[in-house]
Design a protein around this ligand. Sequence first.
Ligand SMILES: *[C@@H]1O[C@H](CO)[C@@H](O)[C@H](O)[C@H]1NC(C)=O
Ligand SMILES: *[C@@H]1O[C@H](CO)[C@@H](O)[C@H](O)[C@H]1NC(C)=O
Length: 210
Amino acid sequence: MKFLPISFLVLALATATAFAYDPSPLQDICVATNDLSSGVFVNGKFCKDPNQASADDFLFTGFRNPGNTSNPLGSKVTTAFVDQFPGLNTLGISMARLDFAPGGLNPPHTHPRGTEVLVVVEGTLLVGFVTSDQLNNTLFTKVLYKGDVFVFPIGLIHFQLNIGNTYALAFAGLSSQNPGLITIANAVFGAKPPISADVLTKAFQVDRSC
Ligand SMILES: *[C@@H]1O[C@H](CO)[C@@H](O)[C@H](O)[C@H]1NC(C)=O
Ligand SMILES: *[C@@H]1O[C@H](CO)[C@@H](O)[C@H](O)[C@H]1NC(C)=O
C-alpha cells in the first residue's frame, strides 16, 4: 500500500503526457523572442523576460482585413501561428482566417501537429477530410452553412471549397501554436529539387506526359 501513491503519480504523469500535445506552459506567459543571445533553447520559441512583456504581445490584428483571393486557387489563408503571434508561445493554440472568392479552394493539405476546428462566418463551403490507409482512406465530407462548425482531426488530409456564388469567410482554431502545413500538391509535385519522375509516375500510375 505504501507504493500506491507512487504508482498513482506515475499513472497521472503518463495520462498527462498522453493528452498533452504541445508541452504545457511552465510559466504564466512566454512571449516568443528572436533574440538568440540568451542561448537557451526550449521546445518552442525563446521566452521574453515576463517583466518586458506587454499587452501588444497578446494582440493580433492580422484578421482585420480580408485576405487577397486574386490567385489561381481563389482563396487566402491568413495564419495567426506563433511566428505571426508571439504571445501564443507554449500555449498550444493558434488561429487562421480563410477567405474564399466564389469557387475558391483551400486545396488538400494537412497540419501534422494540430487538430483544426472551423466555423463558417459567411457563405457555403464543401469541406472534407480523408482517414488514413488503416481506415481505408474514407472521405468524411459535409456542406457547411453560416454558423456551422466542422472539425478536422490532427494530421488528416482535408480541404475547403466555396460552392456558393458569393464570397465566403471562415475562421479556424488549431490545437498547436505551430500546427505546420503540408499542401499535398506542393509537397509531391513542387518539391525542390523535384521528386524523380520515375517515383511520381509509378506512385500515381500515370504516363510521364500527363
Ligand atoms: C491581390 O493580388 C493580386 C495578385 O498578386 C495583385 O495584383 C493585387 O494588387 C492584390 N490586391 C490587393 C488589394 O492587394
Ligand atoms: C476497411 O476495409 C477492410 C477490408 O475490406 C474491412 O475489413 C474494414 O472493415 C474496413 N474498415 C473501415 C473502417 O472501413
